[in-house]
Design a protein around this ligand. Structure first.
Ligand code: FES
Ligand code: FE2
Length: 425
């Protein structure tokens, strides 16, 4: 029997099941993790013009991402300062102001309070200070079009990312190494009966679970519907990379090969990717040899930086329920045929109907449920694979690496950071 002494012991590679099933711990996470960390909000291509908005989430709470008249991206709590009503109830759209339907307060695009009710004159006579009653605003940072926010007024995004920024810089750029990305379609949203952390750690670099994708590998759902799931234009030299900031990823270190085979669905797709790969090597130089396949930025933003190219945010709803938000990216200037080709590939791979995601969800849902019992929760999860075999590589400065498939360093780093945030380290 395993007597538990700590919630997380990264050195021993053990994590208590309480971390996944205890409501008491979950209630602390809401503020200690989601009230402090930098969280992925969305992508600037969703709000190109001033007045464009989309709803997003920070933990359980609804936030509005919008572009103000100045062009600045704003992230604001979607809760009226008067009596808490949601001031925006549409997932996305365009507006001049956010009008609260309850008593009529209205807010400008930058969150400042524009008007109160028809009794505005009386408010003013009473010395009401409009400047004090704008929407609650989060601190915002952007990277390659991605938008992030934190409630921590002292939060520093560059320090938060640390050297893992290299992976995002390489992922949130067009295939040619310098163009822009855009979100294709709207965000897919669905709920699963799993703790959010199981999702985050899976994408952080769990290569041992490849066994559970055997069926999709056999069926073949890759870009060209041949065997496997991914762009196979690369030699398979991958490592697991993890950072002391809690982020982790599976990263390919290889020379991209001629991509024509994977994108031979039509002459247009083949030519587009071939041109992009050639240009990428010219533009990025040595960095073109580094390809982030899948990773997680602590706490809950997961990204596929190669193919498919997508972001999944595991938003907590309760200790055993997660709302999954998935977005798909294409090169903004790609021909329509290329965008359609990728959209079809992404949808058979990921999302609620995607075959790979279905395999994963089945594991996460059963794992959460089978960890709740009074007996099950006495025994920790095991993240010991690869302990003591960590190394480094010049290609990923600041990362600790393990040979792909042989370790669980990603889990040890992610939960080590989680324990720091929770005051359990
Ligand atoms: S709750 Fe918004 S105006 Fe009263
Ligand atoms: Fe998976």
């Amino acid at each position: 029997m395993n007597a538990q002494v700590k919630l997380v012991d990264p050195h021993a590679g053990l994590v208590s099941r309480e971390v996944y099933v205890s409501d008491e711990i979950y209630q602390k996470e809401r503020e200690r993790v989601f009230g402090k960390a930098w969280l992925y909000i969305g992508h600037e291509s969703q709000i190109r013009e001033p007045g464009d908005f989309v709803l997003s989430r920070m933990g359980e709470e609804s936030v509005i991402m919008t572009r103000a008249r100045t062009g600045e991206v704003q992230v604001m709590l979607n809760s009226c300062r008067h009596r808490g009503m949601r001031v925006c109830r549409y997932d996305e759209g365009h507006t001049e102001k956010f009008y609260c339907p309850y008593h009529g307060w209205a807010y400008n695009l930058d969150g400042s309070l524009a008007h109160v009710t028809e009794y505005e004159r009386e408010y003013k006579q009473n010395g009401f200070d409009f400047a004090q009653w704008g929407l609650i605003k989060a601190k915002v940072a952007t990277l390659g079009g991605t938008v992030w926010a934190t409630w921590d007024p002292n939060g520093n995004f560059d320090e938060y990312l640390g050297p893992a920024r290299q992976l995002l810089d390489l992922s949130f750029v067009a295939w040619d190494g310098e163009g822009e990305l855009e979100v294709i379609g709207s965000t897919q949203k669905w709920q699963i009966p799993s703790n959010w952390k199981i999702v985050a750690e899976n994408f952080a670099g769990d290569m041992l679970h490849v066994v559970s994708h055997r069926s999709v590998d056999i069926v073949g759902i890759g870009p060209n519907k041949e065997s496997g799931r991914r762009d196979a234009s690369h030699s398979a030299q991958y490592v697991q990379a993890a950072y002391s900031e809690g982020h982790a990823a599976i990263v390919g270190l290889f020379d991209p090969k001629d991509p024509r085979r994977d994108y031979s669905a039509s002459a247009i797709t083949a030519e587009y990717f071939q041109d992009c790969y050639a240009k990428r090597k010219r533009v990025l130089g040595d960095q073109a040899l580094i390809s982030p396949a899948v990773g997680t930025i602590f706490p809950n933003m997961s990204f596929h930086g190669n193919q498919p190219r997508t972001v999944l945010v595991a938003h907590p709803v309760s200790v055993d329920k997660t709302e999954m938000w998935r977005q798909y990216f294409v090169d903004r200037n790609a021909p329509k045929e290329v965008k359609d080709f990728l959209r079809r590939y992404y949808l058979r791979y990921s999302g609620p109907a995607g075959l790979t995601e279905q395999d994963d969800m089945e594991n996460w849902n059963y794992a959460t449920n089978a960890s709740k019992g009074f007996m099950a929760r006495k025994f920790p999860y095991n993240y010991t694979a690869g302990l003591g075999n960590e190394s480094t590589t010049n290609q990923l400065p600041g990362a600790t690496v393990e040979v792909m498939g042989q370790g669980e360093l990603h889990g040890r780093k992610l939960y080590g950071k989680w324990a720091e945030y929770m005051g359990e380290a």
